[in-house]
Design a protein. Structure first.
Length: 201
């Protein structure tokens, strides 16, 4: 008599499943908020804070390419510490952020032994000494316009799954930053037209 052998069902880690559901929910929330926010400073602050929250990181920072100098400029960071702008421009050569932007790929750096010295020094971060770091490029259309970094993951190390999640946030951020820039350009053009009209009258 024949019989059918039952395949062993894959074990499901309910904590991992719960974490994935919460993470997906936060990504949807981020997308909705970004689409409704056109104020650039508030937008950048929300992106940095959301990235740190979703990735369970101690800090996050956004760097954008300055259109005049072409250098990476920290424009916003998470947490209650002073804004990252105080760090000044970050060179595109010899830095982690510069490598991510230039090579258009993510970088993961983890320090296994927390008792050792900080793994990386990144002056653009709210706390410049980090034991773990994940950085992804921000794209607008096909252009790499900046870098999104998170540092010091709580209770673990950054992995490829984290990189994919942060890339999703960076992708949403790229669209939102592009839209905010278009609005800013439109507002400036309207102000210029208004000044011209006053000169004519």
């Amino acid at each position: 008599m024949g019989y059918t052998r039952r395949m062993a069902e894959p074990r499901v880690d309910h904590d991992d499943l719960r974490r994935m559901v919460v993470q997906l929910s936060r990504l949807v929330e981020i997308s909705v908020t970004l689409n409704a926010t056109l104020d650039r400073p508030a937008l950048l602050r929300f992106i940095a804070t959301s990235a740190a929250d979703v990735l369970e990181a101690e800090s996050a920072v956004i760097l954008l390419v300055d259109p005049n100098t072409r250098r990476l400029q920290p424009v916003s960071s998470s947490g209650s510490r002073p804004p990252a702008e105080a760090a000044g421009a970050v060179p595109r050569e010899g830095t982690i952020a510069g490598t991510v932007l230039r090579e258009r790929r993510h970088v993961i750096l983890n320090q296994v032994d927390a008792s050792r010295a900080p793994l990386v020094r990144a002056p653009e971060l709210p706390r410049p000494e980090a034991r773990s770091l994940l950085a992804v490029p921000i794209f607008s259309r096909h252009d790499a316009i900046g870098v999104l970094e998170v540092a010091d993951k709580r209770g673990g190390a950054f992995d490829e799954s984290d990189a994919r999640t942060l890339a999703i946030i960076a992708s949403q951020a790229g669209v939102a930053i592009h839209n905010a820039r278009l609005l800013q350009d439109l507002q400036e053009a309207n102000r210029d037209l208004g000044r011209l009209d006053k000169l004519k009258s």
